[in-house]
Structure formats: structure tokens, C-alpha cells
Design a protein around this ligand. Sequence first.
Ligand code: SF4
Ligand code: SF4
Length: 277
Amino acid sequence: MTSLPQHSAPPQRSARPTLAVWKFASCDGCQLSLLDLEDALLTLAEVVEIAEFHEATSRNVAGPYDLSLVEGSVTTEHDAERIQEIRRASRTLVTIGACATAGGIQALRNFADAGEFARTVYPTPGYIASLATSTPISAHVQVDFELSGCPVNKDELLEVIQAFLVGRRPGIATTSVCMECKRRGTVCLTVARGIPCLGPVTRGGCGAICPAYDRGCYGCFGPMESPNTAALVRRLRRDGMAERDVHRVFQTFNAAAPAFRSVVDRSTFRSEDADVR
Ligand code: SF4
Ligand code: SF4
């Protein structure tokens, strides 16, 4: 049985390249970033045929698809089968957002007993048929490009779409949030005021919006290229952060990203040893 949409009539294809947007386990926020393109979305809809995008339209056109954007993580057996079909139907596959690129906040289950969560939350946990882990799309199929963020930055998303439509590499930041603080003239919260901030290890792309509003970065864009998490952890500890709190700041939207997960794996602190406050 196929799990891609069934088409009752032969698809009417246009000469335009086809764009498909797929949802897995996620909050839909990254799809909303695409809708949030507003005027650019209207132009985009003229140059591509939107073949699949349930957040925006019930119309769908059979594949193959020139560009598939995939939001969300794999959390069920059905997801694991469906992503294989989508991969086969897609010439280029790009994952968007923390869920699709790193497993998302739902990957916190990877550090615990998912069955225990289900028994705690649901009155009839027997109805829950999910995997014990939440995994990124790249753990299941080949991915041509990953765009991180929770949600993704809409301008970066447009850049990725444009780049793949014309056959070039996307111009997406790989440097840290700190670089963006410097560009916008934000005085460093950590250096000047000792405020904990994950900016030094987090990929830029958001415009360093949180430090600009006096709030430390909490890493929603995921790890930058080659992050020095060990040095940042030393800094956080020196500024007075307890080890359990170091765990917490790295265990959010990108908890299962290898670079952030390694902080928890390296630590001697274990959450089951924590005092109940
Ligand atoms: S405030 Fe945070 S992101 Fe900005 S420069 Fe300082 S450490 Fe980096
Ligand atoms: S948490 Fe960090 S990466 Fe996310 S929007 Fe704020 S500054 Fe940017």
C-alpha cells in the first residue's frame, strides 16, 4: 500500500518545476515560514507548480517532484516508510527545521523511556503507536541540503528554494550567532554581563534576535559548523551555571543534534540523579 496521496485523475502537469512540501512529526511552524513569505510566495507560485502542500492547498499532483521540502522528524513506522517513497519521488530533497534536521524537541524521548512518557500522559497508552526515538530525515534517506532553525528563517528558506531551482549551492550562513551580534552591533551579553548564551556554538541565520533583546541564545538554529561546545561549557560553568542546567540548555529543540548531544554524553551528571526542586 502506498502512503503518498492517491490521484483519481491523470495529473495535469505544467511546464514549471514542481515543488512539494511534506509534513512529518512537527508543529507546522516551518511550513508557516513558507506561507509567511507573503508577496514572494505569490511570485514563487508563478515560477513553480506547487504540487503538494497540505498547509496551503488540498490540490495535489503526482510526482516526480523537482524539489521536496520536508518538515518534521520520523517518529512512527509509517513515517519511516513514507519518507522512502518521498525520496524516490523527489529529484532534490531538502529538510527544513530542527525536527527534520535533528529530530526536534520530540527527540527528548531519545534520552528517556518513551513508553513511560506515553503511560504518564495518555489514559489509554495502548493506542499510541510510535517509535522509541525521534530521528532526523537524514537518518533514513539521502538528503541534499539541510536548513536548520526552529522555525527556519523565511528569507533563508526562499534562498534555498531559489538556489535549487536554478541549480546552484544555497548561500546559507554556517558561522555562529555571535557573528550576527557583531554585524548588528549588539554588545555581547556573556562578556559584558555574564548572561549564559549558546550563540558561540549556534548557527547564525536568525539575525541574533535574542541577544538584541537582552536574552541569551538558546540554540534554536542548532549547531554551527565545527562548534567548540567544550569551551562554551567551561565558560557557562565559570559563570556559575550548574551542570544540570548546562544539560537543560543543550537539551531543547536540537537535543539530538550530535554536537549538542555530545555535551550531555560527555557529562557525568545524570538527570535521574537530580534532586526534585
Ligand atoms: S550575546 Fe551571545 S551570540 Fe551575541 S556575541 Fe555574545 S555570546 Fe555571541
Ligand atoms: S535562540 Fe538563538 S538561534 Fe534561536 S532565534 Fe534566538 S538568537 Fe537566534
